[in-house]
Ligand binder design. Structure first.
Ligand code: HEM
Ligand code: HEM
Length: 262
């Protein structure tokens, strides 16, 4: 499933691209031009928003505007669109210190996607706080209760309610999309007959078994996902600090030498 924030970021990038194609008809606007400056400033501002807003919201639990999830979505939109504007700002030139800043920006975006993958490996409640093992167990138990209520309608297919085998913890983290796809295909195949006789029951069983499998994978990977996530934090956060320090040097140097001395 492609999530809302990635769609929003992609749509924004498309809109910006259309506008950029229009202003760049007679050649790419250079980074030091009016439009080039604008792109650099807007891009850096969005990147700074990504760097700060979510962290502030995370540490302010009494702040009630929007859920933590929503702020993370906003973080991701800013973290994609900002670097994209900065990429347009460079006009394809990557010389000197500014080139290093651009490279680090690319690295942090890729790192962000890796973090997003690990983040979704950790089970969470609706408001985005991480669940612990007993809470995951009780969610699984709830799914099992609903499945048992459906059991009388399933006939032969009731054997599907037995839990699917689970892989080792780190495999559960790293191969999650593949494992879930496999499970979906297996269920789709196994529910073939039931679908012909009771389509509503088949759809409901498929939904509940998919949900239970996701929770079971998350439960299995709980500890490994936490370890990987904290390793990731230990690299992603200093990377951001380094990136912004160099970005500010670039901005002051570029403005001083290229713009003001002209
Ligand atoms: C993270 C944010 C930014 C990155 C990654 C970045 C990157 C770059 C790159 C790669 C270049 C081309 C260097 C070359 O000529 O080979 C450049 C040029 C330039 N940038 Fe940025 N930039 C950023 C933000 C800004 C901001 C906010 C400003 C100022 C408002 C700015 C002002 C300039 C100027 C004036 C030039 C032209 C320098 C010249 O003509 O020698 N940049 N930038
Ligand atoms: C300019 C680009 C970006 C910057 C400067 C940035 C910066 C940061 C920082 C400083 C944190 C630590 C927040 C905290 O725990 O207090 C963070 C966390 C995170 N970022 Fe980014 N990020 C960027 C782009 C992205 C992108 C593109 C994605 C996803 C596609 C992403 C996904 C995440 C995730 C999932 C977390 C972990 C949230 C958590 O542990 O609570 N980031 N980012």
């Amino acid at each position: 499933v492609v999530s809302f924030e990635l769609v929003l970021a992609a749509l924004t990038a498309v809109a910006v691209t259309v506008w950029y194609a229009w202003v760049a008809q007679d050649g790419l606007p250079p980074p030091g031009s009016f439009i080039g400056h604008g792109l650099g400033i807007a891009g850096l501002a969005l990147m700074l928003a990504a760097e700060t807003l979510y962290t502030i919201r995370k540490r302010a639990p009494n702040f009630h505007l929007w859920s933590l999830q929503t702020w993370l979505q906003l973080h991701i939109v800013c973290g994609i669109v900002g670097p994209y504007l900065v990429l347009l700002h460079t006009a394809g030139k990557f010389g000197g210190l500014a080139g290093v800043v651009a490279l680090l920006t690319g690295v942090i975006v890729i790192s962000g996607f890796i973090g997003r993958y690990l983040y979704t490996a950790t089970p969470r409640s609706f408001d985005g706080t991480a669940l612990d093992a007993p809470e995951v167990e009780s969610e699984i138990a709830a799914a099992n209760r609903q499945l048992r209520e459906l059991a009388p309608r399933l006939g032969e297919s009731a054997r599907l309610l037995a839990p699917a085998p689970l892989p080792r913890d780190w495999v559960a983290v790293l191969a999650r999309p593949w494992l879930r796809l496999q499970n979906r295909l297996r269920l789709g195949h196994a529910l073939h007959e039931l679908r012909a006789t009771d389509a509503a029951a088949a759809a409901e069983v498929k939904r509940l078994l998919g949900r239970r499998y996701r929770l079971e994978l998350q439960g299995r990977s709980l500890a490994a996902a936490r370890r990987l996530m904290s390793l990731w934090h230990a690299w992603h956060v200093p990377l951001g600090v380094m990136l912004f320090s160099l970005a500010f040097i670039h901005v002051f140097a570029a403005l001083y030498y290229a713009t003001l001395l002209k």
